[in-house]
Design a protein around this ligand. Structure first.
Ligand code: CIZ
Length: 329
């Protein structure tokens, strides 16, 4: 067996409770605060000091008093924490934890589109979803998250045309609710893109009286059949308002069930499955493979080795100014 496979087998055999104890000990010993997104495994959320969506975690990063932040999430989130807390060491359990949305919008391609639109004489304001690299953020005028998007769109002067990147579904939804015309970048999230409308309708039929909650990154046909549309923090607030036990069908990354069960345990939550395979099984595509790179083992190893680390890049200065004006004011 190769050395890699031997190590993998060893990792898989580690007891989760022992790992959680070790993480707790290392965190204290090494003066580290753990921030975890709602889309990582519940066990990691349970060992974190702060959990939340991108907006809350970006704000939490500015309040951390320890010398080091470990960000259990994906790369653009750790970059944002570094930009907002430049004096802290920021660690991420796996450098390869990327994002299909961020990948779909490269800085060179965005710059080209902006130059072309300006050459046509169009007065554009570029609004980027937080799911973008810092290099892309440095080219933008505003950054939105699912939690503050509506508010930021309203701050864009009415005489400016909005170029919204990179999520076409979120952009279309925001354009509808705000009444602002937008030029949409053709990106989409690999997790939210695959929700099958047939599966959703079947789940609704099988659970009479249930309510569908969908993330605005979902395509329009899923949003049309939803009772509530909102980001993860908004979903939490929505279920907490309902005191009578009920059933929710949840159309977002499946790890979101964990914080929902914690904040409103009176309800039943059913993750909406992705497309059916030819054998009739549902795929496991409502799990983000990038978020899944965060495991108890990778978190422990990152604390133990103090690596990998997100380092300051020259374009962070420009990106930081846009992020701070959009998320902290
Ligand atoms: O805003 C975020 O963190 C994302 C990517 C989704 C959500 O709604 O939390």
């Amino acid at each position: 067996m190769s050395a890699g496979l031997v190590q993998l087998e060893r990792d898989l055999n580690e007891d989760p409770l022992d790992l959680m104890d070790e993480i707790d000990r290392l965190k204290k010993e090494k003066d580290v605060t753990i921030l975890a997104h709602f889309y990582v495994d519940g066990e990691i959320q349970d060992v974190a000091d702060f959990t939340g969506d991108s907006l809350k975690l970006a704000r939490d990063a500015t309040k951390v008093t320890s010398s080091t932040i470990l960000f259990a999430g994906v790369h653009f989130m750790a970059e944002t924490a570094k930009m907002l807390s430049p004096d802290k060491r920021v660690l991420i359990p796996d450098m390869l934890a990327g994002c299909s949305l961020a990948e779909s919008c490269q800085p060179e391609a965005l710059k080209k589109m902006q130059d072309e639109l300006r050459a046509e004489g169009r007065n554009i304001s570029t609004v980027a979803y937080i799911n973008t690299s810092a290099a892309v953020k440095s080219l933008c005028d505003w950054i939105v998250t699912s939690g503050n998007a509506r508010e930021i769109i309203d701050r864009v002067p009415a005489d400016q045309e909005i170029l919204f990147v990179p999520d076409q579904h979120l952009g279309r939804y925001l354009s509808e609710v705000s009444g602002r015309k937008m030029i949409l970048w053709p990106g989409s999230c690999m997790v939210h893109e695959v929700f099958s409308i047939q599966d959703l309708l079947r789940a609704k039929r099988n659970n009479p009286g249930s309510l569908v909650m969908a993330h605005p990154e979902c395509p329009a046909n899923v949003l049309e059949h939803s009772d509530f549309i909102g980001g993860t923090e908004a979903m939490r607030k929505f279920v907490m308002q309902k005191t009578e036990p009920m059933t929710f069908l949840v159309a977002t990354e499946a790890n979101m069930i964990h914080p929902l069960e914690k904040c409103a345990p009176q309800h039943k939550y059913i993750p909406v499955p992705g497309i059916m395979t030819s054998s009739g099984e549902t795929c496991a595509c409502n799990r983000c493979p990038h978020m899944a790179r965060n495991t108890l083992v990778s978190v422990r190893n990152c604390l133990r080795d103090f690596a990998p680390e997100v380092l300051w890049q020259p374009f962070f200065d420009k990106a930081r100014a846009v992020v701070a004006k959009s998320l902290l004011n």
